[in-house]
Design a protein around this ligand. Structure first.
Ligand SMILES: NC(=O)c1ccc[n+]([C@@H]2O[C@H](COP(=O)([O-])OP(=O)(O)OC[C@H]3O[C@@H](n4cnc5c(N)ncnc54)[C@H](O)[C@@H]3O)[C@@H](O)[C@H]2O)c1
Length: 445
């Protein structure tokens, strides 16, 4: 096994060799890491050398030994920076940019956001090539290297786990000697990657799920077993680039009346509606929260942009006077660091494979070729490289997103999924045997 393989003599001069990849420890407060042992294994197999900073995966429970077994060298931060051509990070370490002069730093930049723009200026000034993994276009071929999708998936699932913990009641229906208990009711607002993941998780835990989005994706909700909430007003919410657009004042009025009604009925609300670069749309108002049942929970995944709920406090959890828990955490993927890192690192491996096209020695030259080829160059490369050789690069116009399937007509009417407790009372499917194990799917007493 290639543990402690010798490093390239100088990471600034890769010439015809395959590149050397680095991975540095993230700043305090970031528990994910950009490369995992599995991803390292794939990179080493493809012909790259990999050097990781000692302890870089510790917070995500990947010990140095696992990286060594996967073929990486373990080194100090200074050595990682010196020896690597391309350094993978979750959050690019701006304070180290001068040390990365002439090299490439890959990470979560957000090139269209104010903070991302500032980071690009700093990288440009330091002579660093900065790659923004969040700028991947929303086309099918790019899905496997899209960190926005992978991290949103983790956030959606963790949101339900957090909600469940704060709810402090059963999620699934139960009929026990100590009484009958209905399943929880969950309302998911925004059916992008995070919303769909939340629906699947809530459903898997036994909750009865309803959903809504400005885009009619009722067929996707139905495929996850969720009902669709209908706002009685006709307007398409589909915008450009796969993102939603902002809706009219009249529509928002009808929407508020619907959400008020649904909020009174449900136990858990998960909001995920975001319009990139703009404040999060306000969907749940304080009067709706006041009318929610005591003990119910809102998890606001849009807290970073100000929240979908008017009372959300960014990065805080609190209970309102009427007993509603409001969760505004913005670092949910970091609360599942092993899983989130595994997905992020797999995205990085897929990115490398996409660019290198099976030839590890061609990775760096392919990036240059794609950038020099103008519109003929690979759209993924042109979208993610923010600056190179001390010059900022303009992000190309995003291509039209891959079309989603047309919603089925039948899914357009309001559907409230049947309470499985009501349906199954009289059968024994939800009864527990004397050991407390659920009897499922028709096993009779
Ligand atoms: N590579 C790809 O093809 C790719 C990658 C990622 C996402 N996508 C698709 O792009 C779409 C958006 O996904 P996302 O997770 O990035 O979304 P997002 O994070 O931009 O937004 C989350 C959801 O909130 C919804 N929303 C926005 N404003 C709203 C409002 N006022 N009220 C209610 N809902 C509102 C959006 O329509 C979206 O579904 C999805 O269809 C997804 O499947 C495609």
């Amino acid at each position: 096994m290639a543990s402690n393989t010798p490093l390239l003599a100088d990471g600034n001069n890769p010439t015809a060799s395959a590149a050397t990849f680095g991975c540095v420890k993230e700043a305090e407060g970031e528990s994910r890491c950009a490369l995992t042992p599995d991803a390292v294994k794939g990179m080493v197999k493809d012909g790259y050398k990999v050097v990781v900073e000692a302890g870089c995966g510790a917070r995500a429970f990947f010990p140095d030994d696992q990286y060594k077994l996967a073929g990486a060298s373990i080194a100090s931060r200074a050595e990682v920076i010196r020896a690597s051509n391309i350094c993978f990070t979750i959050i690019p370490p701006v304070e180290d940019f001068p040390k990365f002069k002439g090299k490439t730093v890959v990470g979560w930049v957000g090139r269209l956001q104010p903070d991302g723009k500032k980071m690009i200026e700093q990288a440009t000034a330091a002579g660093v090539t900065l790659v923004d993994v969040t700028a991947v276009p929303r086309i099918t071929i790019a899905q496997k290297l899209d960190v926005l999708s992978s991290q949103a998936k983790v956030a959606g699932i963790r949101a339900v786990i957090e909600a469940s913990h704060a709810f402090k009641r059963f999620q699934a229906a139960e009929i026990t000697a100590a009484g009958k208990y209905p399943p929880s009711q969950t309302f998911v607002l925004g059916c992008g990657v995070a919303g769909l993941a939340a629906m699947g998780q809530a459903k898997a835990m036994g909750s009865v799920v309803r959903a809504w989005d400005v885009r009619d994706v009722s067929d996707q909700a139905a495929s996850l077993g969720a009902g669709w909430v209908k706002v009685d007003f006709k307007e398409s919410g589909e915008g450009v680039g796969g993102y939603a657009k902002e809706s009219s004042a009249e529509f928002q009025e009808a929407q508020r009346a619907t959400f008020h009604k649904v909020c009174k009925e449900v136990d858990i609300v998960i909001t995920t509606a975001a319009i990139p670069g703009r404040p999060s749309p306000r969907l749940i108002e304080d009067y709706m929260v006041r009318d929610m049942k005591p003990g119910s929970v809102i998890v606001d995944l849009a807290a970073l942009g100000g929240g979908n709920c008017t009372v959300t406090k960014k990065d805080e959890i609190f209970v309102t006077d009427n007993g509603v828990t409001i969760i505004g955490y913005t670092g949910l993927p970091g609360m599942m660091p092993g899983q989130a890192s595994a997905m992020f690192a797999q995205n990085m491996l897929n990115l490398v494979r996409h660019i290198a096209k099976k030839d590890a020695t061609a990775l760096l030259t392919n990036i240059n070729k794609d950038l020099e080829a103008g519109e003929a160059g690979d759209i993924i490369v042109r979208s993610i490289v923010c600056c190179k050789d001390g010059k900022p690069l303009v992000m190309p116009k995003p291509p039209a997103p891959t079309a989603t399937s047309k919603p089925k007509e039948v899914a357009k009417k309001e559907e409230v999924p049947e309470n499985p407790l009501k349906k199954r009372v009289g059968e024994c499917d939800y009864l527990h045997d004397c050991h407390g194990s659920p009897r499922l799917h028709g096993s009779r007493c």
